[in-house]
Design a protein around this ligand. Sequence first.
Ligand code: UDP
Ligand code: UDP
Length: 461
Amino acid sequence: MEKGTETTTPHIVMLPTPGMGHLIPLAELAKLLVSKHGFTATFMTSASSTASQTQQAFLSSLPSSISTLSLPPVSLSDLPPTTAPETRMSVEAVRLIPAISSALKELKTRHNVVGFVADLFRADTFDAARDAGLRSYLFFPTNLLTLSLILHLPEIDANLTCEFKELAEPVQLPGCVPVPGTEIPSPLQDRSNECYKWMVHHGKKYREADAILVNSFDEIEPDAPKILRQPESGRPPIYPIGPLIQTGSTLDKAGTAECLDWLDKQQTNSVLYVSFGSTGTLRKKQMDEVAYGLELSGQRFLWVVRIPSDAESKNDPFASLPEGFQERTKERGMVVSSWVPQIKVLAHKATCGYVCHCGWNSTLETVAHGVPIIAWPLLAEQKQNAVMLSEGAGIALRLEKREDGVVEREEIARKVRELMEGEEGKRVQRKVTELKEVAAEGMKEGSSSMALARWWRCGGK
Ligand code: UDP
Ligand code: UDP
């Protein structure tokens, strides 16, 4: 780059919260700003975001116009081993403030830095941006429902007299689908835990951002954006800029092509994809019910199997499947260990349904490919997403659980057949097709980030 142009090119600095589900959408935003809007970018990384090989490989696969800057490690050895990951990430953010502040000041001497973007559990680092004289932005990698819950949490907390799960009435946030207390995100389910206290803190801290960017789009949560766009004193403006979904994955594992070869041999719209995200695991007795349920359904399936949390054999996930399952279903099912190139699976013409854990990236990916879902939420904010996707957006069927929390094989088989062949299946398919068309508009040529880029170019005013 010629001398002189370097200082006028808008430059954005980003600090992601560790975890693939957080890194991917923030990297997509950086890629759009760089490729469509002429920005340059720096991704700040901490020891915890390079701790896993997957995250390391992902960060080193970013285009060269996105630099990475690794912050000096901070010690978290004083935290008890039982500390929740959300708490660790929040504490780490606070301890990183002095290093981020110096790094931002140094970057300003070389670049036209137009803003600092931190995500999710990194909001305390807005203090570093302020110290360096920069505007700060929160990137929220899930939806408006969850954002709204965290923004309202300080006030909800002040009036709560019990745990969320003990509430008689659902939690009703403005413009959002009512959420039963039992479905409120898991980190909020124990008010005496440090993790809960951090979430209340983030709810206050988010208000210090100059703006909040959310990886969602209006039509998937129709009323929430209208309400959240209304100016409210003390709350920053909120911009839904999604759907941002993974492009050009370099992380597909060797051997995963087999499942695509298998899909190539199946008829159009005949296969149910079954997966619980990058970390979700079932217990052995639940895994048995899934296996027998798929068998009973008589439908074709591609199932990503992980070792159950209570498995005896920790080496072979297939060893936990019921005796003879693979042999009995070999004509119409494929089981894959741990990982598939999900976007390619969802884009495949044979795929017509998804048993999904309702992680937000997977949700946006399934919408982008027009694949309806059976919701099977496990952790974090997934249960709340499942409520929104079935009762709000209308693109998911729900499963009934037994009292002990297990979903029985007959229920699984019934819902799978309903999704693939029934009237309810047609209804959710129509709805997800409509959303797919709207999502495609938002993804065209980076249009969802256009207004944002223009706004940053003129100094966020
Ligand atoms: N994984 C993958 N590609 C990705 C993201 C994750 O293959 O784009 C796999 C990863 O290898 C591991 C699992 O998903 O099997 C969880 O990844 P994580 O980052 O949690 O941990 P790692 O196994 O890399 O330490
Ligand atoms: N993913 C994948 N293959 C798998 C499992 C997951 O490619 O076998 C990707 C998926 O496409 C998505 C991300 O990993 O981009 C998972 O993010 P999400 O927010 O859905 O849930 P999480 O796994 O973080 O709970």
